[in-house]
Design a protein around this ligand. Structure first.
Ligand code: FAD
Length: 445
């Protein structure tokens, strides 16, 4: 067994997914040297098969962090703006529901792999970050500050867990402390499918939209890629009469798509192969509190708060975590106990809030987007935002186009929802609605 000596200047970080290299860059920019341990090989050298999703929706919280470390200029050209949800009805009719009210209120589709590779390179270019690939953390001793990777042991000074939703560091913290932990499986999983470019090399459906086929208990979505294909994701029950358990053979798959997604099936020549060969992903929400152990270890990203993907916020929230932790490092220069404690006490509520909102958004996306009441509320939200721009901002916009802490978004969203419901049901008049907004919603600074 080799024992690597402790360098007191070093911070150890687990996981070179989306959050790890970004956090390492923030640390390197403050002069820390960082060792990242990643279980996978280097995806810049080895062609890894599709990860958890081929593309992701990037929005303001993520963009802000990318700007802070100076990489957004490089990422922006590989993004595709999506200005709203393109709803595909059963009768093949389509209609766009805009996400926001201004040209800038859009979200961006970006390749997960490209973004991940660029973040790793950025981290390495600081000259202070060393990524050790093919190193799976399999044991943690929080008393002796020892991390185990197979037969190799490494001593750490501070360790940051960016090792994703099944975090090994989180498990070690849970064993050692009385941290609260809940994992709630969603009961629905997902399957990635493809709409390739047309024969002439063009996008086959509207480029600048996130396409949704809402079907009550399940839904199909599609995000554009730079190569003019779309990555589709079917979100579907894991068990039950219409589920991944029952839809398996060619007839089942074609039957489901012919009956539920008639305008999509024609665009998906590899549907049956994709469905049968691509893995079925499982979705769950992880709540954990606190996110740190003494002044030794802290969790961020999915390790701290794995959420379901229906607000397109998992990565954005993870990037925001890095920015928030970086600010506390600046505030408490070197006092790690305070840094970790304040990060946890300030930010856990935000992680829990986006986790809850993401679950609620699944119901909205798959079920209510076509509901007349929902459409009325959306229209009213935009009108109220125009009238009270510093007080009333639609919840989707607060999440995607602002950096208001998620917990505040959640609370404001509840007040807004209740006020709108009272107005739409005729319980209160327009003048009362306006008075209530002024009384109940403080201006957003
Ligand atoms: C289907 C789907 C769609 C999504 N869409 C969006 C979206 O549109 N927008 C958005 O913002 N978010 C989205 N997300 C969420 C997003 O993928 C995650 O929130 C994000 O990847 C979290 O980053 P992370 O670095 O914390 O974790 P990850 O990106 O999962 O990285 C964790 C890293 O740790 C490594 N690792 C794990 N265990 C160990 C170990 N024991 N030792 C060493 N290394 C280890 C892994 O190999 C991995 O590289 C989506 C997720 C899914 C599943």
């Amino acid at each position: 067994m080799r024992l690597i000596p402790l360098n007191k200047e070093k911070i150890t970080l687990i996981g070179a997914g989306l959050a790890g290299p970004l956090m390492a860059t923030y640390l390197a920019n403050r002069g820390y040297s960082v060792d990242i341990y990643e279980r996978r090989p280097d995806m810049r050298k080895v062609d890894l098969s599709a990860g958890r999703s081929i593309n992701l929706a990037l929005s303001v919280r993520g963009i802000n962090a990318l700007k802070e470390v100076g990489i957004y200029d490089k990422i922006e050209p590989i993004t595709l703006p999506m200005k709203g949800r393109m709803i595909h009805d059963l009768d093949r009719a389509t209609h766009l529901q805009p996400y926001g009210q201004t040209e800038n209120e859009v979200i961006y589709s970006v390749s997960r792999a490209q973004l991940n590779m660029d973040l790793m390179t950025l981290a390495e270019e600081t000259g202070l970050v060393n990524i050790h690939f093919n190193h799976q953390l399999d044991s943690v001793d929080l008393d002796t500050n020892e991390l185990g990777f197979g037969d190799k042991k490494v001593l750490f000074n501070k360790v940051i867990g960016c090792d994703g939703s099944s975090s090994a560091l989180r498990n070690a913290i849970l064993k050692k402390s009385n941290a609260e932990y809940v994992k709630n499986p969603l009961g629905h999983g997902y399957k990635e499918l493809t709409i390739p470019p047309s024969d002439t090399g063009d996008f086959r459906i509207e480029t600048n939209a996130l396409h949704i086929w809402p079907r009550g208990e399940f839904m199909l979505i599609a995000l554009p890629n730079m190569d003019r294909s779309f990555t589709c994701t079917l979100f579907f029950p894991m068990t039950g009469t219409t589920s991944f358990e029952t839809v398996k053979n060619e007839n089942d798959i074609l039957g489901l798509f012919q009956s539920q997604f008639p305008d999509a099936i024609d665009l998906m020549p590899t549907l049956v192969d994709d469905f049968q060969n691509n893995p079925t992903g499982i979705l769950a929400t992880v709540y954990c509190k606190p996110w740190h152990f003494e002044d030794k270890a802290v969790l961020l990203g999915d390790a701290a708060h794995a959420i379901v993907p229906f607000y397109g916020q998992g990565m954005n929230a993870s990037f925001q975590d890095c920015s928030v932790l970086n600010n506390f490092i600046g505030k408490h220069s070197g006092a790690w106990n305070e840094i970790f404690t304040e990060f946890s006490s300030f930010h856990v509520a935000n992680g829990h809030a986006i986790a809850d909102m993401a679950i609620e958004n699944y119901i909205e996306m798959r079920d209510t987007v076509n509901d007349p009441d929902y459409k009325k509320r959306r229209q009213l939200e935009f009108e109220l935002e125009q009238k009270f721009p510093d007080r009333f901002i639609p919840r989707y916009s607060m999440v995607s186009f602002h950096q208001i802490p998620y917990a505040d978004v959640y609370n404001r969203g509840k007040i807004q929802f209740n006020l709108m419901t009272s107005f739409i049901s005729g319980e209160i008049l327009e003048s009362e609605l306006h008075t209530n907004i002024l009384e109940q919603l403080q201006p957003i600074s």
